[in-house]
Design a protein around this ligand. Structure first.
Ligand SMILES: Cc1ncc(COP(=O)(O)O)c(C=O)c1O
Length: 400
């Protein structure tokens, strides 16, 4: 039999913190089953500490909270839930995935080199090219699924950065192997775990140092909130990130924190149901004569399948497929009725996206070539509707 504390299964961890923390939270929220939204900017202080010295932390905080840019009870509850789901020392919640990523890069200095995969969310590539490079950071792109990544690391390399599976090409990298390479060179291993969520994959337990999430996606799960997370293994790194976050001020607002907390309650059942739908859709797509390629990491024939089996507990619900012409791809976007043509992923409703014109519009030609993304590829974020309704809609869109 399981004892209490942190040994619970992931389904339970989506809803509850360790028993002692749950008791403490219930005591401070009038036993509220749904954790409240603490919609306040500031917290009242009972006085000044007796041993007050100028420049020191001198206010006695009866509640442990001071000002919501620094911390807020609703956000803190969410951060604790996400930290336990990713098995990290701590998590920080931000106003978007991009806010989390740009904050993370405050750790690096001019002249530092970051080795990054060639298939990344387009907004991240834009951040590297347009903002981080101007601050003197250097980026080296490689194909993490094929190249000898270790040969690219130098004494200037401070981090390696990748998604697995990647958005949108579903390419899979070996987290444990890459973390080992990074650590041999004193570099930080950063993994964007948005595509699978902590329900299916925990990079920190495989050796990664920092996990990123666009919380907008599977964690919030309902296409109704924008959020981001950083989760780290090392408590000192968590504290450094918290200092940077408090100072720069992109932390997630109380109401949005509550929306993500509520979304996470159903993470397990949403992930399972969406994956079940995705498997049926992949099987159907493979039989369509207008579909020339289907990219899904759960395909036993795919390059990354063996690594997926080793490092993840599932394959997720993101499917990319290539049609036989650009015209058919563009037409499909406007023909879908149950499925929405929209730019996001990971929510209850199924969304169809045109990566070259949307999520990856700002990715340079050479990186598109390296990842294999072209103008005939559509990305499907499978939701939790009926699979047969989704297939009927896709049939009309690509065969109609
Ligand atoms: C893999 C991945 N990482 C990060 C982001 C950025 O997150 P956000 O849109 O919440 O800023 C996205 C957005 O689509 C994404 O797909």
């Amino acid at each position: 039999m399981k004892s209490g504390g942190m040994t619970k299964d992931i389904e339970t961890k989506c809803l509850h913190l360790a028993e002692e923390q749950e008791r403490e939270d219930l005591n401070t929220t009038f036993g509220s089953v749904s954790f409240p939204i603490f919609q306040t900017a500031a917290f009242v202080h009972p006085g000044v500490k007796d041993d007050y010295t100028p420049g020191q932390d001198h206010i006695s905080l009866s509640s442990g909270f001071n000002y919501s840019r620094e911390s807020n009870p609703t956000r803190t509850r969410l951060e604790k839930i996400v930290a336990q789901l990713e098995e990290g020392a701590g998590a920080l919640a931000f106003s978007s995935g991009m806010a989390a990523i740009s904050l993370l890069f405050e750790l690096f200095n001019a002249g530092d080199q970051i080795v990054v995969d060639c298939d990344l969310y387009g907004g991240v590539v834009r951040f590297f090219d347009e903002i981080a490079k101007r601050r003197g950071l250097e980026f080296i792109h490689a194909d993490f699924t094929r190249d000898d990544v270790e040969s690219l690391l130098t004494e200037k390399t401070k981090a390696i950065y990748f998604e697995t599976p990647t958005n949108p090409m579903a390419r899979v990298s070996d987290i444990a192997k890459l973390a080992e390479i990074a650590h041999r060179h004193g570099a930080t291993c950063i993994v964007d775990n948005t595509y699978l969520s902590p329900y299916f994959q925990n990079p920190l337990t495989l050796g990664a140092d920092v996990v990123i999430h666009s919380g907008t996606k599977f964690l919030a799960g309902h296409h109704d909130a924008i959020a981001g997370f950083l989760v780290a293994n090392d408590p000192e790194l968590v504290e450094r990130l918290r200092f940077l976050s408090t100072t720069t001020g992109a932390a997630l607002a109380p109401f949005d924190s509550w929306l993500v907390l509520r979304g996470i309650k159903t993470l397990a059942i949403r992930m399972e149901r969406a994956q079940e739908n995705a498997l049926k859709i992949v099987e159907w797509l493979r039989k369509q004569r207008n579909v020339v390629d289907v990219r899904y990491p759960g395909d036993p024939e795919s390059d990354g399948y063996a690594i997926m089996k080793k490092q993840a507990r599932g394959f997720g619900s993101m499917v990319s497929f290539e049609l036989d012409s650009k015209e058919r791809a563009i037409a499909a976007l406007t023909r879908v009725k149950t499925i929405f043509f929209a730019e996001s992923l990971g929510g209850t409703e199924t969304l169809l996206t045109y990566p070259v014109a949307q999520t990856h519009a700002s990715v340079p030609e050479e990186l598109l070539k390296a990842s294999g993304l072209n103008d005939r590829i559509l990305r499907l974020s499978v939701g939790i509707e009926s699979a047969s309704d989704l297939i009927a809609d896709l049939d009309r869109a690509i065969n109609g």
